[in-house]
Ligand binder design. Structure first.
Ligand code: HEC
Ligand code: HEC
Length: 234
């Protein structure tokens, strides 16, 4: 049933993508017409992003698989991480069926353009976070964070990762953070879970109750991530 849904969804997405291609001026045409103004930068990206908006640009939107949780905020996330995540859905390291269906319709060029687009979208009107955690965790969470040295990779404010292909996590939706952390513990399941050497080893050190406490604290912090409502695009 779920597989059928995924197939249908991927098909629908493929149709939308096909349409987007059809509407975008072909690169050859815009190169040939040197006197014509080039297609507005990002016109093609907008067409691709139209596919994402229905979920990622709706405040409060929730996914229902494998459990109900908020769709992650990606506006303001670092471009390299957005791209890395999309490649992970594409190659199956991340199993989430809907995102796999979508990612497999994207070319490498699409991914780079969409990642830059969402990274820049989050900077509009947002203020960067201070260098340190605005609010210290309680003793329990503090212990858990020290055990796995979260700040050593995600940054002293959990929003300045040491490598741009690592995510900003400060203030991401807590229920999504919890689902993501649990996913790193799930292996050998064809339709759920994430294979990642680094986060897999970390998440497996914690019980689900501990992951939930971590997610609740990290999600309660201020964020450089946003949901830009769909109407802002028009
Ligand atoms: C049907 C709803 C839906 C659509 C459409 C959709 N997404 Fe997603 N997206 C999700 C959900 C749900 C997740 C969380 C999946 C998981 O748990 O791994 C997600 C995860 C992601 C992530 C990983 C975020 C993170 O913090 O790791 C990225 C990046 C992403 N989507 C980008 C896109 C892009 C780009 C598009 C359009 C091309 C798109 N999504 C379309 C629902 C959607
Ligand atoms: C050694 C570096 C490292 C450490 C330490 C680390 N992380 Fe990560 N984390 C990563 C990387 C790399 C990813 C991206 C993995 C992927 O591509 O799926 C990640 C991803 C995540 C995600 C998924 C975010 C999203 O948007 O989907 C969460 C949540 C997370 N880490 C929380 C934590 C917490 C909480 C700790 C401490 C308990 C921690 N991490 C410690 C490197 C690290």
């Amino acid at each position: 049933m779920n597989r059928l849904f995924t197939a249908l969804f991927a098909f629908a997405v493929a149709c939308v993508t096909g349409l987007a291609h059809a509407q975008a001026p072909s690169p050859a045409a815009s190169q040939a017409g040197a006197t014509q103004p080039a297609a507005p930068a990002g016109a093609n990206v907008q067409a691709k992003v139209a596919m994402c908006m229905g979920c990622h640009n709706i405040p409060g939107y929730r996914a229902s698989f494998p459990e109900v949780y908020s769709v992650p905020m990606i506006a303001g996330q670092s471009a390299k991480y957005i791209a890395a995540a999309l490649h992970a859905y594409q190659n199956g390291d991340r199993k989430h069926p809907t995102m796999r269906g979508i990612a497999t319709t994207l070319t490498d060029q699409d991914i780079t353009a969409i990642a830059d687009y969402y990274a820049a979208l989050g900077k509009e009107g947002g203020k960067p976070l201070g260098d340190q955690l605005a609010r210290q965790p309680d003793a329990q969470v503090s212990g858990l964070m020290q055990k796995a040295a979260c700040v050593s990779c995600h940054g002293p404010n959990l929003s300045r990762p040491i490598d741009p292909s690592y995510p900003k996590i400060s203030g991401q939706h807590a229920d999504y953070l919890f689902a993501a952390l649990k996913a790193y513990k799930t292996e050998n399941n064809p339709s759920m879970g994430r294979s990642n050497g680094v986060m897999g080893a970390i998440a497996k050190q914690f019980s689900n109750a501990e992951l939930k406490a971590l997610a609740r604290y990290v999600g309660s912090l201020d964020s450089e991530l946003h949901v830009k409502p769909e109407s802002r695009f028009r």
